[in-house]
Design a protein around this ligand. Structure first.
Ligand code: FES
Length: 101
């Protein structure tokens, strides 16, 4: 498994979401209670930018039409068959590392 540095841990505080790029893929990195999770930035509804959404507990809310996804699993709240791709995240020496697929 390979990882790429995408930023500093201080870039995303608790309850925050940031957009990072991993290779050619846009990824939303969420900070839920100090632990980081990463999912695809593109909403499977109509392509909304999830990193521009808000995080409520573990639910990432799309800014366009309000679909919600569990940032820890990628699952959509009303249809668990709709799942965002998730990526492994690590923090080493205060740097955020995200898995390259
Ligand atoms: S584009 Fe995300 S809810 Fe519609």
């Amino acid at each position: 498994m390979s990882f790429v540095r995408v930023g500093s841990a201080g870039d995303v505080g608790p309850g925050g979401v940031i957009l990072v790029t991993v290779g050619s893929t846009e990824v939303a990195v969420c900070n839920r209670n100090g632990k980081l999770y990463a999912v695809d930035n593109r909403c499977p509804h109509l392509g909304g930018p999830l990193a521009m959404g808000t995080l409520h507990d573990n639910m990432l809310v799309c800014p366009w039409h309000g679909w919600e996804f569990d940032c820890t699993t990628g699952k959509c709240d009303f249809n668990p068959a709709i799942v965002l791709r998730s990526y492994e995240v690590d923090v080493v020496n205060n740097e955020i590392l995200v898995e390259i697929l």
